[in-house]
Write a protein that binds this ligand. Sequence first.
Ligand code: NI
Length: 248
Amino acid sequence: MLLSQCTWPEVEAYLKTSKGIVMPIGSIEQHGPNGLMGTDAICAEAIARGVGEAASALVGPTIAVGMAVHHMAFPGSMTLKPSTLIAVIRDYVTALAAHGFERFLFVNGHGGNVATLRAAFYEIYAERRERHGDAAPDLRCHFVNWWENAAVAALSRDLFGSAEGSHATPSEVSVTQHLHPEAIKEAAMEPHVAPSGTFFDARDFRRRYPDGRIGSAPSLARPEHGARLMEAAVQAISVQYRTFVTAE
Ligand code: NI
């Protein structure tokens, strides 16, 4: 169930049965020579929708642009500053909390959002404490990275081994190929597996990883792998959602 496709009486009825909501958050940024700019937003949104169906949960609007300042040396990449993204997350949660939502599970598609998600949750808790003290209504925010669960990790390892890497991974590219077969791209990549390591700012990122990949071989991506990875992610995160929503 998508919030954007519900009427207000439907949301009112839902809130009598559950206080939980699934919130997709992604990024619009370069994903190497064959990966789509929207990879992280596309994966997070589709997996969140799958979780919504599997767990009968409402799914909120996708926060499509994330914190990706380190990708800005590649054309098309977009970013919100951490402070802007904190404000966006806080306002999304605060708006929905005003109607009675209490448990927010963010399905995250982008590692670069992690620090900002954590900071945003503490910003929300601090604000509510300032305003209401111990009387603040119950509110819990949590996020999961869709690729960080035992089922998806095992499948990625089976399919791609150490060529999974950490950016523009064959797993995430496979999921987008499954969801958008009309947008599958072919590109020559040299070396087959990109170098791995760290980076500082956007210019340094491009200098170290000239085609945008880190440690990955996304030419191994296949739509059929994406279908399996997505199913594994939906199953695992549906269990995490149910536990999160029903926990004391
Ligand atoms: Ni990504």
